[in-house]
Design a binder for this molecule. Structure first.
Ligand SMILES: Nc1ncnc2c1ncn2[C@@H]1O[C@H](COP(=O)(O)OP(=O)(O)OP(=O)(O)O)[C@@H](O)[C@H]1O
Ligand SMILES: [Mg+2]
Length: 365
């Protein structure tokens, strides 16, 4: 999918979270999260189940109470733990889209979208204009009189987004907005959602646990792990320059080799696993000394197959070639390690050489 980076580095900050802490009972969930969202920017909150993504989103929305830290929306402090300040959710003026679209079943599409404006006592004429605009922006103009049960899942999801956009919030918060859609619709939806966000110059914080979705949709990714930000950066940085084994493993499809450091020459590391050795690059913050346990990670698409021995090649048995439509995937094994690789054509089972360019093998001690 084409990804148009937006240069928002000069844009003002619309949402700022500083050193946020939140516990459920004695259970610490957010442990010092800080982030800034600039105008026109899309940030994805990515992370495994239970890492605190939804909790962070709900804390920003005012639906959960942190016990320390600060949250500022459009230059207005809405939470300050030290000062005892807490602005109620309905006064934070955010657009919210939840995973369950939570549409009102007995209201039409129009009334679902209009509801928030009614609560805000917006006049009937203005409501009509703004709802019509929001529906038009989402390609729902012709469905205004339908009820939610008369819509497809994808259309319901658009209504939920229209409802969040109708009062022009400075920031929209979306929690797994696409997760109720099937795989194909999801891929289409992430393209139009990104297009919509850019066209309307929205600023969005999007929760997802799908790294492909996060990479496709966002300018920046924040990867949460156990209530802390493990790494943040552009999709390219996160994918190509992970600074921990956790990030390397979370982004992309990988082969991992667990072993020991056989030799180290500055940042070049020779990793031994079983009977094999491979040279790679030292990654991460840990010191790496010969003899230490280490893990090598290489993206599946960075492995090549060869017919004979050579530098950084190991012998393996090709077990099977699987057709994936746009490519083939090869499964190789040497009795103790399994490796997956990609290529353009099927390859017959039998002995092969697996080559991993040293700069593509990231070694974390
Ligand atoms: N109301 C609650 N009371 C107690 N613990 C909670 C509550 N809500 C969430 N938790 C716990 O907080 C942690 C973080 O939950 P959260 O919903 O933020 O995770 P998540 O990253 O959104 O995960 P998922 O990808 O599964 O949606 C989990 O361990 C969860 O069990
Ligand atoms: Mg969640």
């Amino acid at each position: 999918m084409s990804h148009t980076p937006v240069d928002s580095s000069a844009a003002p900050t619309v949402l700022s979270v500083q050193d946020l802490h939140l516990s459920y009972g004695s259970n610490p969930i957010l442990q010092g999260v800080s982030m800034n969202l600039r105008r026109g920017e899309v940030i994805s909150l990515l992370g495994p189940s239970g890492s605190g993504k939804t909790t962070l989103l709900r804390a920003v929305a005012g639906l959960e109470q942190p016990h320390a830290g600060q949250i500022t929306i459009a230059n207005k402090p809405v939470f300050n733990g030290a000062a005892g300040l807490e602005v109620a959710a309905e006064h934070r003026n955010l657009g919210l889209v939840f995973q369950s679209y939570a549409l009102w079943p007995h209201k039409t599409v129009f009334d679902n979208v209009a509801y928030g404006l009614k609560l805000r006592k917006v006049s009937a004429a203005e409501t009509k204009d703004r709802v019509s605009d929001a529906l038009k922006n989402l390609g729902l103009g012709h469905l205004a009189d339908r009820y939610p049960h008369q819509l497809s899942g994808g259309q319901q999801q658009r209504v939920a987004i229209a409802r969040a956009l109708v009062y022009n919030p400075p920031v929209i918060l979306l929690d797994e907005p696409l997760s109720n859609l099937d795989a194909k619709l999801r891929e289409e939806a992430r393209a139009w959602l990104r297009e919509l966000i850019i066209r309307l110059q929205l600023s969005a914080l999007v929760v997802t646990h799908d790294q492909g979705e996060a990479m496709a949709m966002s300018d920046r990714i924040l990867l949460l792990n156990g209530g802390k930000i493990e790494q943040q950066g552009s999709p390219t940085e996160m994918y190509a320059r992970p600074n921990s084994l956790f990030v390397a493993g979370f982004m992309g499809t990988n082969n991992t080799f667990k072993g020991r450091i056989e030799e180290r020459r500055a940042d070049d590391i020779c990793l031994r696993f079983g009977d094999s050795t491979l040279w790679g690059k030292r990654c991460g913050a840990q010191e790496a000394q010969a003899g230490a346990e280490a893990t090598g990670v290489v993206r599946v698409e960075r492995i090549h197959l060869a017919d004979g021995p050579g530098p950084n090649r190991i012998p393996m048995e090709l077990v099977t070639s699987m057709y994936l439509g746009d490519r083939w995937e090869y499964v190789l094994d040497n009795g103790s390690t399994m490796v997956r690789a990609h290529g353009r054509e099927p390859i017959a089972a039998g002995p092969r050489w697996v080559e991993i360019p040293p700069e593509q093998l990231w070694v974390f001690a």
